[in-house]
Design a protein. Sequence first.
Length: 99
Amino acid sequence: MTKTIFGALVAASVSVLAVAPAAAEEFTVEVPFSDLKVDTAAGAQALAQRVSSICQRPDIRDLRAMAAWQQCKDTALNSAMEQLNSKGVTFDSSAFLGA
């Protein structure tokens, strides 16, 4: 299976803006997915949820923080998708981005 080439980890470089836009910080997180069949919609959605969960959800009343949280999730998902593509991992990208 193609995902074994990637060794069951995808690292997502993420710009985190959840606390304050002026305090953005870059970091890398390893997200395991060896237990998922990422070439299926369900597996791709589960991986997308794992990647998205690295961004901490703020209080819904803080509109700036909510916008930053959405940006963090988008950045994390795009970064993870690029890394999966670069490693040749076959995955359902429409389900991945639709999660």
